[in-house]
Design a protein around this ligand. Structure first.
Ligand code: AQP
Length: 340
């Protein structure tokens, strides 16, 4: 359990590894916005060092970094009250990541399902960085002594590994230095699924653009993607139990709930008996109503990358001021000589 000595602090990050999709919005960004306020210090990061665990075209990486920063600000992250920056500008992440490579065990890494999914049959040929990714993610979180990490369901295992690393470090060095971080996974759309296959999660890097809603998609494209989304022929039932073996139908109901701030139960009772010809256009209208103002503002912000760079730079200064003293204490605990 966290000891009261730790300031309640939220950390979370998003990879600039392509255009943002609806799962990133519902599973992460929307909740990051809600967590701003008096209860927590909030630290939000564009995790560009994680993006390069898979090769990225340098120009596209820069553009995606600006897109993620723009999406966060357009969605309501306030760079004055939250710390907003890109990871590579604060070297404490990479430095603590190395220390944690020496704490985490190979057996722990071998259990990470995201690595297995991403590496697939090609595990011998993927980067060493992709394998070590969860250890850098632990460093992202613990460099801020973060107590709470809002993530989608897909990242739960990595936050649990962060807890294991914190516990092992504390145990090995006989200290109570790192907090045992809580994952915050709450709400109806914590695992938004692919529109063409309800058993696979929606991803930025999925094969077909038709399987995801991108935050920058226009109204017509959003309507077309929901219209073509895979479903079954049955109408919506009057309770969630009736969606048990209908993953695609369940996904669309959960997306509606996430976008409208309703529970999935409330959505199903409102649309009980409705066919897809009624539900899909209602879902598309809702998605457009929520996403259009954000994407308009994103485009405006992305037109001025210099302004975004300034915001990220200032945020990096604030992040550095928290993370550097924590890292210096780690060096001291570990016994690394600091003589200049
Ligand atoms: N489908 C999803 N449903 C709910 N939450 C999701 N998140 C991602 N996809 C979904 C949440 O978004 C945050 C940032 O994730 P990320 O971009 O750092 O990494 P990811 O989870 O690997 O996202 P992608 O879109 O699948 O990226 P690629 O395709 O590049 O690997 C996290 O909180 C995540 O839970």
């Amino acid at each position: 359990m966290n000891t009261p000595a730790f300031t309640p602090r939220v950390f979370s990050g998003i990879k600039p590894s392509g255009g943002l999709q609806l799962g990133n919005y519902l599973g992460a960004i929307k909740r990051w916005v809600d967590m701003q306020g008096p209860d927590f210090e909030t630290v939000y990061c564009v995790v560009d060092l994680h993006a390069i665990t898979v090769w990225q075209d340098p120009a596209e990486l820069r553009a995606s970094t600006h897109e993620v920063a723009a999406a966060l600000i357009a969605s309501g992250i306030d760079p004055e009250s939250s710390v907003l920056f890109n990871q590579s500008q604060v070297s404490a992440h990479a430095e603590l990541g190395w220390i944690f490579n020496c704490v985490a065990r190979v057996g722990w890494m071998n259990r990470m399902t995201q690595f297995k999914d991403k590496a697939g049959k090609n595990a011998e040929n993927v980067s060493l960085g992709l394998y070590a990714y969860p250890s850098l993610m632990a460093a992202d979180i613990l460099a801020y002594h973060a107590t709470h990490v809002p993530v989608g369901e897909d990242q739960k295992q990595h936050v649990e590994l962060t807890r294991d690393i914190a516990n092992k470090f504390n145990h090995d060095y006989g200290v109570e230095f790192f907090p045992v971080t809580e994952p915050v996974i709450e709400g109806p759309a914590m695992r938004v699924m692919n529109l063409r296959d309800g058993n696979k999660k929606m991803s930025k890097s999925g094969d077909s653009d038709m399987e995801r809603i991108n935050m920058l998609d226009g109204a017509d494209l959003i309507a077309k993607k929901f219209k073509k989304a895979r479903t079954d022929p049955a109408p919506l039932p009057d309770n969630l139990e009736g969606l048990k073996d209908r993953p695609e139908a369940r996904n669309l109901v959960d997306i509606y709930a996430g976008l409208s701030d309703m529970t999935s139960e409330a959505v199903i009772s409102e649309y009980a008996g409705a066919g897809w010809g009624q539900f899909k256009p209602a879902l598309a209208d809702l998605a457009v109503a929520k996403l259009a103002p954000i994407s308009d503002e994103m485009r405006r912000l992305m037109d001025d990358p210099g302004e975004l760079d300034q915001i990220l730079g200032k945020g990096a200064d604030k992040a550095e001021a928290i993370a550097r003293p924590i890292l210096e204490q780690v060096y001291d605990i570990v016994g690394l000589v600091r003589s200049r």
